[in-house]
Design a protein around this ligand. Structure first.
Ligand code: CAA
Length: 386
């Protein structure tokens, strides 16, 4: 077993860190406060190849592996988790599924539009009445012969207001349960697509979250992805990879808070010595280092399994669970270490704490990850491919 990054991975990590520090850091507090979408930086992320990291270069992607994607997500999330979720959704929930399951015509038509940062995609699964229970979709797409007629409402859609290309999950035949679900490529400008107001969120505030409604939207037959009834499996497979991205985001948030806490503990003094020399603070830092390193190993391993063509569903659930729990726990501790300063925006840790919370919720709550892990445990599938 080799616990060492290859040179190409170190280069990606350093490029992402440099971009985050030199471009994202300066205005991050203001963007968070004003909920300003980082249009300029999304464009730059596209130019740097961060929006299509695992996509084949034949379609305009960067053609890198999942570990590279994880490393870039981690570094960008240390500084700005709003930018990283925009990146994650485009990479994992939109481009990966399009490339893996789309027809050649769909890939050629849509993928190149989503690699440059000029356009962005979104993944429309959640509904007002269908969050964790993803099979209970109420959105319908009725087969009208030469097209589908799409009706319904989607909720909490990351990139929802900006995305020009949407992957929409809908029932084509409710009688068939999950086997009657399909996924469609929908364009924002089509008649009947309405973007709801922007959500005013606790964290990741400069990312763009909206509801989207569909009223008699005509979807061409050729815009269904995969065979009839494949939509639920498409969503599940897509989320397996998406969870590696969110795990990396959570890891970055935790690591960002840790770096700030270490630096603060070294320079802030109390009772004549730096607070890091008080055991109460030193032990908190030790616990942070421990949990973050443990999460990092599991997140990188999930990426390795995916890159190796092995089953990674349970590994991605584990990665998301351990990293998001570490992010929540240790951003709270980072605020505590900063004392009163931690409670004000200038010191960044309160934002990281607010940003951490969503990683325990989106792309499957912590409870859903435990369902997935426990099902693997009980069916004996949790055998690691050593
Ligand atoms: N890969 C392939 N197939 C899968 C699968 C997987 N990972 N998981 C389930 N399936 C298949 C099953 O094999 C089964 O098919 P068959 O009947 O042919 O065998 C079918 O799907 C139904 O499976 P289950 O009976 O296990 O389904 P379930 O109703 O019990 O739900 C669940 C399983 C894992 C809980 C699923 O509903 C789930 O993941 N829920 C969470 C949804 C979620 O993550 N939502 C997040 C929204 S997206 C988001 O947040 C985006 C954003 O903007 C950031």
């Amino acid at each position: 077993m080799i616990f060492k990054l290859e040179e190409e991975h170190i280069a990606v990590k350093e490029a992402a860190r440099e971009f985050a520090l030199s471009r994202l850091k300066e205005g991050v507090i203001e963007r968070d406060t004003s909920m300003s979408y980082p249009t300029e930086f999304v464009k730059e992320m596209g130019e740097m190849g961060f929006l299509s990291m695992m996509t084949d270069s034949a379609y305009g992607g960067s053609g890198m592996d999942t570990l590279s994607y994880v490393l870039a997500m981690e570094e960008i999330s240390k500084i700005d988790a709003s930018c990283s979720v925009i990146m994650s959704v485009n990479n994992s929930l939109v481009l990966w599924g399009l490339e893996e399951y789309g027809s050649e015509e769909q890939k050629q038509k849509y993928i190149p539009r989503l690699t440059t940062g000029n356009e962005i995609g979104c993944f429309c699964l959640s509904e007002p009445e269908a969050g964790s229970d993803a099979t209970s979709q109420r959105t319908t797409a009725i087969d009208m012969g030469d097209h589908y007629l799409l009706n319904g409402v989607k909720n909490w859609i990351t990139n929802g207001g900006k995305a020009t290309i949407q992957l929409v999950v809908a029932h084509t035949d409710k009688e068939k349960g999950h086997k009657g679900i399909n996924v469609f490529i929908v364009e924002r400008d089509w008649e009947g697509v309405t973007i709801g107001p922007k959500e005013d969120k606790m964290g990741i505030r400069s990312s763009d979250t909206h509801s989207i409604s569909y009223s008699d939207v005509k979807v061409p037959k050729e815009n269904r992805i995969g065979a009839d009834g494949f939509g639920f499996k498409f969503a599940m497979k897509t989320l397996e990879g998406g969870r590696i991205g969110i795990a990396a985001q959570a890891l970055g948030i935790a690591a960002g808070a840790y770096e700030l806490a270490v630096s603060y503990a070294n320079q802030r003094e109390a009772f004549g010595i730096s607070i890091g020399n008080h055991q109460a603070i030193a032990f908190k830092l030790a616990d942070m280092a421990l949990d973050i390193e443990a999460a990092r190993m599991i997140v990188y391993r999930a990426a390795y399994l995916k890159d190796s063509g092995l089953d990674y569903g349970y590994a991605s659930a584990m990665a998301k669970l351990i990293a998001s729990e570490a992010a929540m726990k240790h951003t709270v501790e980072a605020v505590q270490i900063h004392g009163g300063n931690g409670y004000v925006k200038e010191y960044h840790v309160e934002r990281l704490m607010r940003d951490a919370k969503i990683t325990q919720i989106y792309e499957g709550t912590s409870e859903i990850q435990r369902i997935i892990i426990s099902r693997n445990v009980l069916t004996g599938k949790l055998e690691l491919p050593y």
